[in-house]
Design a protein around this ligand. Sequence first.
Ligand code: ZN
Length: 340
Amino acid sequence: MTPLCTTIAGSLPKPSWLAEPEALWAAWKLDGDALAEGKRDAVRLVVRDQERAGIDVVSDGEQTRRHFVTTFIEGLDGVDFEHRKTVRIRNRYDASVPVVVGAVARRHPIFVDDAAFLRAQTDRAVKYTLPGPMTMVDTLSDAHYGSREKLAWAFAEILNEEARAIAAAGVDVIQFDEPAFNVYFDEVRDWGVAALERAAQGLSCTKAVHICYGYGIKANIDWKKSLGSEWRQYEETFPRLAASTIDQVSLECAHSHVPIDLIGLLEGKDVLVGAVDVATDRGETPEEVADVIRQALRFVPADRLYPCTNCGMVPLARDVARQKLRALGAGAELVRRELN
Ligand code: ZN
């Protein structure tokens, strides 16, 4: 594997003919067969953009999903997504979410066809993202289980079935997104990491987790301002992940107040270091990306360091996201040349 293999955290903006641009949870502009075809065309475009930018482990940019959590939940039995409820999520903002009204179950594959389609679009390694169990629990309203932990375990088993099928479609990396790990530390300790491991149990591919400070939306930017001059949230979770069966940890770093030495707590793991800020429209220069990578190299060897984006880029304009991808690829290449 190339040293400083680049990848992205997950989402990329969708074309404006497919969904309302620069928005989370944006409504589709097509339906029926036209929507199915449009989603696949959008996947082709983001794969091409990543390849041209020099991204090594390519994602579908979540072009087939309205939202990284709720689109998965909506594929399950036991969930009412017509009568949504507005609840506070991540302890910070209100969102309209589906309601769990009975025992949750996966009666059919949800993203497996999409993963197989992504696999067929590129010769590069591919990554598929799924929500993590705790973040799923934190992105819905529960009227059945009455316990976040019990519901998380039910989701972990379902996620494991789905992940095994996605891995069998030839995907190289499955990443579980757990932004909730940066908020609910007692739950991370008590059952969060164990439920994540259950979701990833027995997978034949690389197992990753992404933990961030959220998309570049106002509620998250305001929250970050309240966190002080040093963000030490990862100090709680990284030692637990270092002792876990998870192979890779994706974290936010560029333009954050995360002390870079915290990645030293992930000994033995691959580290996907966020070298591109997703909370600004300003495009990084390759030199700025290279600078984050050089700092991270003080704590992680190059063959375990994956330059990445801080988080998903779905709320950004497409040209901004493409510029950031190019900076990521070019920044990693700058540092690779220094290593030789
Ligand atoms: Zn994220």
